[in-house]
Ligand binder design. Sequence first.
Ligand SMILES: CC(C)(COP(=O)(O)OP(=O)(O)OC[C@H]1O[C@@H](n2cnc3c(N)ncnc32)[C@H](O)[C@@H]1OP(=O)(O)O)[C@@H](O)C(=O)NCCC(=O)NCCS
Length: 169
Amino acid sequence: MQLAIEQPRHHAEVFEVTRAAFGGDDEAHLVERLRADGLVRLSLVAVEDDEVVGHVLFTDLAVTVDGRALRALCLAPVSVRPDYQNSGVGSMLIREGLRQSALAGFEAVVVLGHPAYYPRFGFSAKLAEKLVAPFSGDAFMAIELVDGALQGEAGTVVYPEAFGIVEGH
Ligand SMILES: CC(C)(COP(=O)(O)OP(=O)(O)OC[C@H]1O[C@@H](n2cnc3c(N)ncnc32)[C@H](O)[C@@H]1OP(=O)(O)O)[C@@H](O)C(=O)NCCC(=O)NCCS
């Protein structure tokens, strides 16, 4: 198993892996839309025997805390081909993605995901609590890549249009 920066030649396989992981097209189309909109900051693939078996995407996200704009990313989606799930591929992709994001100088990452999965990487719903966003609760989590990046009284998160989020719904 190798991790690599996604290349254009991987796009079709990433689409298929995403569709297979989620059992539908929505997230696969989201990946394409985020690429088309120029929001991708890091896209990693897990490759085994020349086949893409996993993928994670980090895209620009507008986050402010106490009026300060952070260099922040959204982690979404992460997909592992069903026959490779539960063997550590997703964890490898997420850990490496967070490592590279920190090296690139990003300050925080936000995720909407399974509350039982993401805390093991350092994500915390508590850290995201003060962020006014279309989401809230246990599944809405954040991690600081720079200590204290999310400290403050109140903040906001605005998702790009690609996510198709209708405010107030
Ligand atoms: C969720 C996903 C990315 C995890 O990747 P993975 O390589 O299968 O997971 P890992 O081997 O790194 O980690 C295994 C752990 O993930 C947990 N896990 C796997 N799928 C999960 C799910 N859908 N919900 C909650 N936890 C899940 C397992 O229970 C296991 O937990 P444990 O270590 O406490 O036993 C992958 O299973 C997947 O693509 N699922 C379908 C798409 C999806 O739900 N994406 C995430 C959206 S937030």
